[in-house]
Write a protein that binds this ligand. Sequence first.
Ligand code: FMN
Length: 232
Amino acid sequence: MKVLAINGSPHMDNGNTAMILDPFLEGMKEAGANVDLYYTRNLKIGPCNGDMSCWFKNPGKCGQVDDMQMLLPKLKDADVIVWASPVYYAGITGPLKNLMDRQLPLHIFGESSGRRQKVVLVSSCGFWDTSMFDPLVTQMKAIYARPDGNTEFAGALLRPGADAMREMMKGDGAVILKSIFEAAKEAGRQLVKEGKISEDVLKEVSKKLLSDEEYKKAANLMMEEMKKLANQ
Ligand SMILES: Cc1cc2nc3c(=O)[nH]c(=O)nc-3n(C[C@H](O)[C@H](O)[C@H](O)COP(=O)(O)O)c2cc1C
């Protein structure tokens, strides 16, 4: 099974999104999948210029020469595509959206790719309310409800309150967090072995760690620390 994961966080492997993405991919590897991981920050990918030449003038080919030339065949061949992004203003990050838009040569209207693919979203956000992810999940569902029926949205690993989670890792909270990372890993194993991820595992990844009061305290502490760091 070929897995292509793309992380749109500028923090790459040191970010909050990677805290969930990495064990998820690890679980898939353990179950035998071949995993390729890219960070948009390391890729040179410009925005789609919207001229539709990839549909009409040169069907299936993009006129822009950048890292998308390397990624398009990988996106076409993958059995599973994992889109990973922090929530930025109720959406995915700009570089990841640019990359998604540039897939147009693979999705020519009325043509079937002929390949069955599963798609997973991995996301983290600062606020503790999972409704923060609603626009991202809605977008994924809308994209992958394409009429050719070849792609299936297999679920989302969503981690709210992710900045507080990073704070908790420094203290006793690390024990509680273990179950979240383990659930992310289990989600990867399940997707490869069973072809789907159970609702229970997804719930565990998103589980509430702190009461609203505790969360606000932790968030304020983090802000203070960040201000101190910035003024050093
Ligand atoms: C420009 C910007 C916009 C953000 N917008 C939101 C938002 O709308 N909702 C939210 O809950 N968090 C928001 N955040 C916080 C990030 O989603 C959160 O810190 C995330 O876990 C960062 O992941 P990363 O470390 O992988 O980049 C925003 C952060 C930045 C820098």
